[in-house]
Design a binder for this molecule. Structure first.
Ligand code: NAP
Ligand code: ZN
Length: 352
């Protein structure tokens, strides 16, 4: 066991502040990583503030962060895939049973025994796992990803959650050239959804509540932008979409979007508002539409997504901040004032 520097929150109403946490010494299967950058996901904010308490309560102190990139500093004796000095990534999961049908299918995120990067039981040290707002982490090699060498590292960090969370449903629902695809919400997830759907060849329409994001949306790869508060603009797209990805972090009217789907069209929720959404049966019935959800993506698909981003030169648009600005960044996230992902430069933790 050794001590690592971190930022943690002591309660749902406390700001994140400097802290020291225990990390395990690497076992034979483990990779120890010096964290260089960590993205700030809206899930970090939901978790720190215990907004998902009906579904999964937060244990305090919490060290959030699941968009991790860093450099390998040490590997256990049984580690074959990585060596000291490698640039690697870690996403939302650090462990699963590895033997169930879901793990065997590369769908570790749905394993009954999945251990998330933070706020999951820590079988090594007791308590809960601590995430990436820290200077180092120790992770089983099965959950460590290779980072394409041609990509900017700060821009890679958000791929580990925002990237895979949007890539996986786009693939699952067969997004390809010729499909009309909507992306609701131009934040961290949404802007990755736009880049990825565009790279897959789809016709991409962004729905935003922030008219000032229009130019950016077009630059990121959208073909059209709809300001969702404008009912006339929405109506023009009625019944026309094959697929819509909903990344909104707060309660909103899902029926307004269901009505934009064509026959057999689907909306997949990846956004996870704390309050339930109201669904009108008629929004689904009339065109055999469906509403579904998706959680991150498995480890093989995460590597596939990273390689896809390497090939297509895709990274997140980031605002790199020192860790001392993390509380300010959370307030800006709540105002949808993010362009388009905050990423913490972990070198800033050295001065704590
Ligand atoms: P984010 O950067 O804060 O982006 C959310 C965007 O949603 C905002 O930028 C805004 O876009 C829009 N929005 C916010 N409040 C809204 C409201 N009241 N009505 C309509 N639109 C609103 O958040 P994120 O990191 O992308 O995460 C988005 C959601 O996905 C969160 O709930 C997060 O927990 C969840 N998530 C889920 C998974 C998964 O595996 N399913 C993984 C990661 C994150 P505009 O300004 O364009 O309107
Ligand atoms: Zn996330």
């Amino acid at each position: 066991m050794y001590n690592a520097k971190a930022y943690s929150a002591a309660s749902a109403t406390s700001p994140l502040a400097s802290d020291m946490i225990a990390r395990r010494d690497p076992t034979e299967h483990d990779v120890q990583i010096e964290i260089l950058f960590c993205g700030i996901c809206h899930s970090d904010l939901h978790s720190v503030r215990n907004e998902w308490s009906d579904f999964m309560s937060t244990t305090y102190p919490i060290v959030p962060g699941h968009e991790i990139v860093g450099r390998v500093t040490q590997v256990g004796s049984a580690v074959t895939q990585f060596k000291s000095g490698d640039l690697v990534g870690v996403g939302c999961m650090v462990e699963s049973d590895g033997v169930c049908p879901l793990c065997k299918a590369g769908l570790e995120q749905f394993c009954q025994s999945v251990i998330f990067t933070y706020n999951s039981p820590d079988k090594y040290l007791g308590g809960v796992t601590y995430g990436g707002y820290s200077d180092s982490i120790v992770v089983d090699q099965r959950f460590v990803l290779r980072v394409p060498p041609n990509l900017n590292l700060a821009g890679v960090a958000p791929l580990l959650c925002a990237g895979i969370t949007t890539y996986s449903p786009l693939r699952h629902w067969g997004v390809t050239e010729g499909k009309k695809v909507g992306v609701i919400g131009l934040g961290g997830l949404g802007h990755m959804g736009v880049k990825l759907a565009h790279a897959m060849g789809a016709h991409v329409v962004v729905f935003t509540t922030s008219p000032d994001k229009t130019e950016d949306a077009l630059r990121l790869g959208a073909d059209e932008v709809v300001v969702s508060r404008n009912a006339d603009e929405m109506q023009k797209h009625a019944g026309s979409f094959d697929f819509i990805l909903d990344t909104v972090s707060a309660k909103h009217d899902i029926n307004a979007y269901l009505n934009l789907l064509g026959l057999d069209g689907n909306i997949t929720l990846v956004g996870a508002p704390e309050k339930p959404l109201d669904v009108a049966a008629f929004s689904l019935i009339m065109a055999r539409r469906s509403l579904s959800g998706s959680s991150i993506g498995g480890i093989p698909e995460t590597q596939e997504m990273l390689d896809f981003c390497g090939e297509h030169n895709i990274t997140a648009d980031v605002e790199v901040i020192p860790i001392q600005k993390v509380n300010e960044a959370y307030e800006r996230l709540l105002k949808s004032d993010v362009k388009y992902r905050f990423v913490i430069d972990m070198a800033s933790l050295k001065s704590e």
